[in-house]
Design a protein around this ligand. Structure first.
Ligand SMILES: NC(=O)c1ccc[n+]([C@@H]2O[C@H](COP(=O)([O-])OP(=O)(O)OC[C@H]3O[C@@H](n4cnc5c(N)ncnc54)[C@H](O)[C@@H]3O)[C@@H](O)[C@H]2O)c1
Length: 458
């Protein structure tokens, strides 16, 4: 994800009215009522049947995930959907080159199956056996529901929601997926990473004793911004608020969820996983914005510290920061009665005793790429018709991050129970290029930012 200064916003280049861009191009035909979708016809392509896959959201991750999916024999990419045509074209070229290098899947996306618009996901989903959902996370509940309803197998990226309502929708759709025998794999890749899997087994067998506390970190310099001015320059006019928020999506909670949700979810999920996959019962914390200022940084914080408390009294002290020039750390620590384990994505895992001596290391290197393993597992489970459904734990870890955000934004202690049933719905009432999102800027282009102790979160 990087600043796309020269982004060409093709949906806005035609002479038609903005509202018509919704489902533009071939997606206009996607008004197909869901009831007419042939349900589960392709859910279990067995043996040597070709597995058709569609990509929805053709940005950085979507391109990577598609190429990784196509590493599996008998797979073919048949449709691509995005809100911008140029994203599809760039993605098509990159995926084609990757697949040509590594094979053996095929890229077979006809012009008619390059689908542009806010509704384009529907037609793309309908054309496939398996769908890859890699848009920003605000769209995940709606698209996951649609894919489940249509009877498709699914790979979807984390996070899977940005508010509690989205969390509940994903949990409900996950149950439907099970009823239909659909296979669902999600992009919390540490669960598919060799040294994390090995570390989990060792902790489970008692190597650090009973877990009593945990720490988790995603401290980094931050991510891209996509300024309103660069979009206006291209368009030759001011973008609508919806166009702008979707372009600069990281900074708006309805579509991103704040960086605690968007990135720190990886570390929060590791703690949920290792402590028994039961999410925390409550959270309290602090956070704010120090360096993330000005209109192009929307509403999200640049730091959060949250103390998550689990049912068994275990605390996870979690910190995530997006501030350049500070100490960076992306990692997890689990502290047990016999010692502690320090884990990180790139640094492996080390065991310590309570005096600080290294007692062992996780004795396995990541020979496999976890991003590839995710797709190998999905395809294997489809082929063998074996159950797999990551949506539950991914939704719970998404909701853990949302709980953390509720705690830092409000400055209050927030329980899981009250957070998970919150009726606050961040999604726009009308998803159209010329409709207003719920959060609007003031006359100077600045957005309201939560004030702990003052702002009401539900
Ligand atoms: N697991 C990981 O390590 C990892 C790494 C990077 C990104 N991700 C996740 O992948 C997702 C996408 O991130 P990214 O880096 O690819 O972002 P990105 O901005 O590069 O790509 C998102 C794409 O989705 C498109 N899009 C937006 N709204 C859409 C809609 N309604 N319908 C169709 N297309 C739409 C955008 O135009 C864009 O091309 C995020 O949820 C992110 O958290 C996961």
């Amino acid at each position: 994800m990087k600043d796309q200064k020269s982004d060409s916003l093709d949906h806005a280049k035609t002479g038609t009215s903005r509202r018509k861009f919704i489902g533009g191009g071939a997606a206009a035909a996607a008004g197909t009522a869901l009831s007419s979708v042939s349900v589960a016809t392709h859910a279990h392509a067995a043996g040597s049947d070709s597995l058709k896959v569609s990509l929805v959201g053709c940005g950085g991750r979507g391109r990577g995930a598609s190429a990784q999916h196509l590493l599996n024999e008998g797979t073919e990419l048949v449709a691509m959907a995005d809100i911008y045509r140029h994203r599809i074209d760039e993605g098509y070229d990159i995926i084609t080159k990757e697949v040509a290098k590594k094979g053996p899947g095929k890229v077979k996306v006809s012009e008619d199956n390059k689908l542009v618009g806010l509704d384009a996901y529907k037609e793309a989903i309908e054309k496939a056996d398996t769908v890859i959902l890699t848009t920003p996370p605000g769209f995940r509940p709606m698209m996951f529901e649609y894919a489940v309803e249509a009877g498709k197998n699914i790979f979807m990226e984390k996070p899977v929601a940005t508010d509690a309502k989205g969390y509940r929708r994903v949990m409900a759709a996950a149950k439907q997926a099970d009823k239909k025998g659909l296979k669902v794999v999600c992009g919390l890749q540490r669960r598919y990473q060799d040294h994390y899997i090995q570390a989990f087994e060792e902790v489970k067998s008692g190597k650090i004793g009973r877990i009593t506390a945990a720490q988790s970190y995603w401290n980094s310099g931050g991510v891209w911004t996509r300024p309103r001015a660069s979009m206006a320059e291209f368009l030759g006019r001011e973008p609508t608020e919806m166009e702008y928020q979707l372009y600069n999506w990281y900074y708006f909670n309805w579509v991103c969820g704040d960086h605690i949700c968007e990135q720190h979810i990886h570390n929060l999920d590791v703690i949920n996983w290792f402590t028994g996959d039961k999410p925390p019962v409550k959270a309290q914390g602090m956070g704010g914005r120090e360096v993330r200022t000005g209109p192009d940084t929307g509403e999200i914080f640049d730091h959060h510290y949250v103390e998550f408390q689990y049912e068994n009294g275990v605390y996870n002290n979690s910190q995530c920061r997006h501030q350049p020039g500070c100490a960076n750390k992306v990692a997890e620590t689990l502290i047990g009665t016999k010692g502690r384990l320090e884990l990180s994505n790139k640094g492996g895992g080390m065991f310590y005793d309570h005096k600080g001596n290294v007692t062992d290391r996780v004795r396995i290197n990541d020979v496999r790429n976890p991003y590839e393993v995710e797709h190998a597992e999905l395809v294997k489970h489809i082929r063998q018709n074996q159950p797999v459904n990551d949506a539950y734990y991914t939704a719970k870890s998404t909701m853990t991050a949302i709980l953390g955000r509720y705690a830092t934004y409000s400055g209050k202690e927030v329980t899981w129970e009250e957070a998970a049933k919150s009726q606050v719905d961040l999604f726009p009432d009308d998803l159209a290029w010329d409709a207003d999102p719920k959060l609007m800027p003031d006359a100077d282009g600045n957005y309201p930012v939560a004030i702990p102790g003052v702002s009401k979160i539900f």
